[in-house]
Design a binder for this molecule. Sequence first.
Ligand code: AMP
Ligand code: MG
Length: 300
Amino acid sequence: MTDSRAKRIKDFIEPLRVTPGRKVTLARDFDPAYKAGWLTKKDGVELLQQGVELLAEYQTRLAAQDTYGVVVVLQALDAGGKDGTIRHVMSGVNPQGVRVEGFKVPSAEDLDHDFLWRYQRRLPARGQIGIFNRSHYEEVLVVRVHPEVLAAQKLPKAARRGDIWKRRYREINDWERYLTDNGFKIVKLFLNLSKDEQRRRFLARIEVPEKNWKFSAADVRERGYWDDYQKVFSEMLSHTSTDWAPWHVIPADHKWFARISASAIIASALMEIDPQFPEVSAEAREALQAEKVVLEAEAT
Ligand code: AMP
Ligand code: MG
């Protein structure tokens, strides 16, 4: 890996990173249609291909070293492009090294536990990349927008008192710090979609028969809470972008740009880990040579 390539990637993703401690107002601070000026869709195809190859190379090393794990957290509103991003960005990697975990409405068993329980259970192992399609952040998003969802969480009275959201931000930050300290890197991606582009994508899901399955009336109902979601996203970004696990806000109105951005951010995280193939000791190498002699002697 040349340093200049690493630097180019870092420079590219820098404007997308949320500086820890910064107070974010989504509508003011991040443009969903941003595409770094100089990029055309055609450049984008090539860049994405490079990103995909880079990820494949690093994933092999991550698995071989078997020390670090990576958790990619993907959050977005409906039609934000989470599924497509996963499909494209991970298209080159060995499926054995990746686990994709989607989080939907919690089950009765989930609700019988603390709010982080179900996420903890589905973390990747060392050497793996885990992708959270929705994540523990739903606990301060959909749960915050819909008080009835919180009401269903079976919390004791004391756990509902005071500023429950500040407390959850702190608990999430602590949990991510604990994971980071133990060798699990958290890469957080928020796909930032505009209201008008969501409208267009919903319409396409209604008009194109092959896309009908992706659409539900509930999606339009959630769209009715657009402003509430913008507010809770802003709060989430303001309180949970940390030195150990910063957020990235990915402009999502151009799918191709969102995909390049996601692959660049994940690649950059892997570069920071810089996983290495394990060194083979002189003894082990000698043993390999001995095996080689045995195998060669078997040739007819
Ligand atoms: P989708 O990802 O579009 O298939 O939908 C999954 C649904 O599950 C979304 O409507 C989410 O808001 C919902 N969901 C995900 N996590 C939670 C959670 N922790 N509590 C309540 N609803 C959730
Ligand atoms: Mg949906």
